[in-house]
Design a protein around this ligand. Sequence first.
Ligand code: FE2
Length: 300
Amino acid sequence: MLDDHLASFAHKHHIEGLTMPSLIALSEGRSDYSFDKAKQFLKFQQRINNELLKHRVITDNRYAAWFEHGDQNLAQIKAFIIQFSVFSNQFLIAQLYKMIHADTLESMRASKEILANEIGVRFKSTRQTSGGDNLGSTEGSIEGGVFHFGAGHFEWLYNLAQKLDLSFADIGQPKHGTRPTLFFCDELIRLYGGDDYQISQAASYAVENWAAAGFWGQLIKGFHLFNERNGTDLPLGFFVWHDRLECQHAAHTQEELEELYFTLELDEDAFIRCGNEMLDGVAAFWDGLDEQRRELMAVH
Ligand SMILES: [Fe+2]
């Protein structure tokens, strides 16, 4: 919570809207942090809001809106799991590139946290945040954490796939990906995992805002309805865990953007352009899913 002191500080200097870490840095007169730059940032934020965050994949994800109703037939739900499993594996490659391309030890570690957690190292948290299931905490660090094969996110998807009579060989491989899915994965590797720091940061910001746009919740809702209607018990760990994670991420994402803006000369046009390129890749994935489910409408 913004305390009174910082609130009146922000008001006095006309910089309301900045996150707390930035306000603290400004009030302490930390180097790189100036009021001019703060005002410049707030203008840039307006641009981001208008020219990036209104991307249709954030504001109008048609596939997720359809999925939410739980009207899928078996072929449609299988196709969805297969495409998501391809994405889940290819994401590891993008994340590994991001880790390798990190320009500080700190950011290498931040990327490594995500990668190691993906493949099965549970976060070690000082707080109990796991919500009573055994998915593990969504916060904390992999430092001193324990590896379990069964904690790999891919295995959560595999658990679900098995209930749909899909075998291990039916999921996860690039050869199972549709063209739009593979295009999305390639864009992730190119932009999110790219070696240009500003580009990868723009892609990260775009991906985080996509992930926080609410589609995880829509998918979970659709799965619950599907389970109810079909008397199935599809395990939803993969989706529940990511939904939980995103709730926490959203706040950090904005703080990271501000830190980036204050500490380096950000090319604003390039940031908007690359962010949009990343979201176009994301949109291709969902459009592909939407096209596929229409083709499978009559199949049972
Ligand atoms: Fe994951």
